[in-house]
Design a binder for this molecule. Structure first.
Ligand SMILES: C[S@@+](CC[C@H](N)C(=O)[O-])C[C@H]1O[C@@H](n2cnc3c(N)ncnc32)[C@H](O)[C@@H]1O
Length: 478
């Protein structure tokens, strides 16, 4: 019989649900191991949950490493929720990413006849992100070692942190000096902003998720991967013009002319989402541009843009290949963000209707079409939960032959999937950053026998993490 806190030795056989590792003990019972184990490792793990058919344990010690194990480069590895796979070589990361998509399609979507293609690798394994969203918290996350230090002996304040939340710990953040997925400029900005905010602690207290008072919420940095343009966006509760000007001078001193715009977004929302209700442009144009293929896109602070510029072009070319567009096709680009997929598709079809919820993204999309003299794209602001509005616009624009849909992680609202089934385009290209959502929505598309899944291509947009993007093609069965 097993007991809580018991240490067991186990060989990791596979990756399980929620990034847990999976193994079997000698008596055949399944064990899920949380923490930094890798497939192929033999580890010691401490049991903390005992169920009838399985155990859940925490990784404590490496007994024999997997041949795919490597040394993580980041000193926050294992604490920070960002890069969970830095301890595996890239070949293994790609294998597991493909497997996650294949498993979700089989186990969640009940697709038994589909063979996912090998995951397309990213060209850069570190420093690839064009956007970083750092959080301020008034509770610094402490490592187990730091917890034993007297409060007065800590090198850093306990009530200030600027960095990332530790997994499952939203009130606290790890105070980061450096992130290996960020660019050098982003790390300079992080440290310059931290120093400024610590100097102005009285005037700029940190927003507290407990009392809902305070100012500092998020520091968001964006850097055009192909243009180098650089935006700093400080998200606060209210706007303080003098202090923002002062911070701007510090940023200019640290970054020189690499800083191209600085904005201050304010929000009264009682959450930690880095989304401004009001924007104050302190320096520069208030947006950056980035280039993908033949197109240059305007990107505002609140607009979505693929976070890995170098790999976004691979993704979009894959979407085009999967869509198999004809010059007569009417295309819908659902969840279109700044219109980047729509513009890529515009030269290969008759016309594109882009649909998006966020106003600044719709404005950016219109501006992006205008700056390239693209006249066959129309962009509308619609909440895709509301199927009635899609129908109304469809009557004006014409029904689509091909729909490209790229929803957020949670996937599509079931009502929107139902609407797609009623619209019945010849092909649906589903782009997804969450294999489980793709599998669930895909099953709904296919369950009445009107569509079949014919192709699924995983693409790695996020090396070192357990995230994977996929492009899937569903075809109408006539
Ligand atoms: C994964 S992003 C895709 C953006 C775009 N296709 C691209 O490649 O840059 C998802 C987009 O869906 C938008 N969105 C989220 N919920 C929405 C909704 N209910 N209705 C319409 N758009 C929504 C977000 O603002 C975001 O721009």
């Amino acid at each position: 019989m097993y007991t809580k806190k018991q240490i067991v030795e186990v060989k990791i056989l596979d990756l399980g649900d929620k990034n847990q590792c999976f193994g079997r003990l000698d008596d055949g019972i399944s064990i899920f191991v949380q923490g930094t184990a890798a497939v192929g490792d033999i580890v010691k793990a401490e049991i903390f949950k005992i169920k009838k058919k399985y155990l859940v344990a925490r990784f404590c010690e490496l007994v024999k490493p997997s041949p795919h194990r490597i040394d993580p480069v980041c000193s926050y590895f294992g604490l920070c929720g960002g890069c969970k796979w830095q301890h595996m070589d890239y070949t293994e990361q790609l294998r597991l990413k493909r497997k996650q998509v294949q498993d979700a399609l089989e186990h969640i979507g009940s697709f038994s006849n589909i063979e996912c293609k090998p995951c397309l690798p990213a060209p850069e394994l570190f420093g690839y992100r064009n956007k970083m969203d750092f959080s301020f918290t008034d509770l610094r996350y402490l490592t187990p070692d730091e917890m034993n230090i007297e409060p007065s002996e800590h090198e850093k304040p306990l009530d200030f942190a600027l960095g990332f939340h530790a997994p499952g710990c939203y009130a606290k953040a790890i105070d980061l000096d450096l992130c290996d997925l960020s660019t050098e400029q982003m790390n300079i900005t992080l440290n310059t902003t931290r120093a400024f905010c610590l100097r102005h602690k009285e005037e700029l207290p940190i927003y507290s998720t407990r009392s809902h008072t305070g100012e500092l919420r998020n520091l968001v940095v964006r850097q055009g991967g192909n243009t180098g343009e650089f935006m700093v966006n400080l998200v606060t509760s209210t706007h303080n013009p003098e202090l923002m000007q002062e911070l701007c001078e510090d940023l200019k001193a640290a970054l020189g002319d690499r800083l191209t715009t600085f904005v201050n977004n304010t929000t009264s929302a009682k959450n930690t989402v880095a989304f401004g209700e009001k924007e104050y442009v302190i320096f520069g144009p208030g947006f950056i541009t980035d280039r993908l293929g033949d197109y240059t896109y305007r990107i505002s602070a609140n607009s979505f843009f693929q976070t890995n510029t170098a790999q976004a072009e691979t993704l979009y070319l894959q979407i085009l290949k999967t869509a198999q567009l004809k010059p007569t096709d009417v295309v819908y680009d659902l969840f279109c963000g700044t219109g980047s997929i729509a513009l890529f598709a515009s030269g290969h079809c008759k016309k594109v209707l882009g649909v998006e919820l966020i106003e600044s993204s719709v404005n950016d999309a219109r501006e992006n079409a205008k700056r390239h003299n693209v006249e066959n794209c129309k962009f509308i602001k619609i909440d895709l939960k509301d199927i009635k509005e899609i129908r109304q616009d469809m009557a004006d624009f014409g029904a689509p032959n091909v729909v490209i849909t790229d929803p957020p992680r949670a996937g599509m609202n079931p009502k929107a999937v139902k609407a797609l089934l009623e619209i019945a385009p010849e092909a649906i290209v589903y782009v997804s950053c969450n294999p489980a959502s793709l599998a669930r929505d895909g099953q709904m598309l296919c369950e009445e026998g009107k569509y079949q899944l014919v192709h699924c291509q995983p693409v790695d947009m996020f090396p070192q993490t357990n995230h994977v993007e996929s492009v899937a093609r569903f075809e109408r069965i006539n």
